[in-house]
Design a protein around this ligand. Sequence first.
Ligand code: 13P
Length: 134
Amino acid sequence: MNIALIAHDSKKELMVQFCIAYCGILSRHSLCATGTTGKMVAEATGLNIQRFLSGSQGGDQQIAARIACNEIDLLLFFRDPLNTNPHEPNEMNLFRLCDMHNIPVATNIATGEGLIHGLERGDLDWRNIVNPKF
Ligand SMILES: O=C(CO)COP(=O)(O)O
């Protein structure tokens, strides 16, 4: 499955720790990420990650384009609830597009844990029917 990773600055270390913990599961899937998030996770885990631009440069919109085409099967976007940034409307668009296509999304680590265990258990296998080429 295609999994997209994004983390706000204050949540990047949490994302790294999450990906270290679930490296074995994540390594069996195709990963992409915004620039800095992807760089940090790849360096810490050795996972192969397709890196887009940094979020501030439009990386979240590159991921949104894939979501719009229903090509992402799971979005892990660890958000800082206190964060306000100029590209927040782009981030809201990500969630809107996920809702359009019923793409599972985690905006915090608690939901992320649930989804990653569900992924491993096969709960998201229906995505292979929706998105058979990945
Ligand atoms: O900006 C981001 C979230 O909106 C994430 O982008 P980076 O991973 O490049 O920091």
